[in-house]
Design a protein around this ligand. Structure first.
Ligand SMILES: [Zn+2]
Length: 215
């Protein structure tokens, strides 16, 4: 028996999602078949607007409905303290700790086995952003006492570690070290191999507090 094309198309779309195999894709498709038409339309509209109505913040690359996201646009946030994360979800997790700085979203981590190099993620944008801040700092503070702090909060995996090392190396190579930019890595509390996204607020808050400088 052959399934109607409208069904196979949807099954194939579901199968492209992470964690969904052919069986689940079929089940979801048949489940949706019982939905009233209006509900399906609401679902389809939400799907359609997902990318159409969002963009990446021009400063931090987080998902936003405006050119500058609500965090970057908030004058109460500390623009000189930047937590670098792999994904938007990590920034939402950190937000629950009461962190009052800003973020930079890489949209991935360096992962040579999956062909993701430094150019595939927003590292260059981060370096440029920090450079801009350093120039701003030295302009505003003639004594240069005000530093920029970069806290790298990628996962405690091998890829997360090497991404952190790469970023700190790039910053140093561009002359942003010691006095101008402090680079640290979140640590205590996060288990080795642990995901930032799934850590509870207290663990994440402690990991942020217990960050250590990358030498
Ligand atoms: Zn932003």
């Amino acid at each position: 028996m052959k399934l109607p094309q409208s069904l196979t198309r949807l099954i194939e779309s579901f199968e492209r999602l992470p964690g969904i195999g052919p069986k689940t894709a079929q089940r979801l498709t048949f489940y949706l078949l019982h939905f009233p038409q209006e509900e399906l339309e609401v679902f389809a509209e939400a799907l359609e607007g997902l990318k159409k109505n969002t963009k990446l913040c021009s400063v931090c690359k987080n998902v936003s409905e405006t050119d500058i996201c609500s965090v970057c646009g908030d004058p109460a946030r500390d623009k000189r303290t930047i937590v670098v994360v792999a994904n938007p979800l990590d920034s939402f997790a950190l937000e629950r700790t009461g962190f009052k700085g800003t973020y930079h979203i890489l949209h991935g981590i360096i992962d040579p086995l999956n062909n993701i190099g430094p150019e595939e993620i927003f590292i260059k944008e981060l370096i440029d952003r920090v450079e801009g801040l350093v120039e701003e700092v030295s302009f505003e503070n003639v004594d240069g006492s005000d530093t920029v702090e970069i806290i790298i909060a990628t996962n405690m995996s091998m890829e997360g570690e090497s991404t952190a090392m790469y970023i700190s190396k790039m910053l140093r190579e561009r002359g942003m070290d010691g006095g101008k930019v402090r680079i640290s890595r979140i640590a205590r509390g996060l288990p080795v191999g642990g995901d930032v996204e799934y850590a509870d607020d207290i663990t994440l808050g402690r990991a942020l507090e217990g960050r250590f400088e990358i030498k």
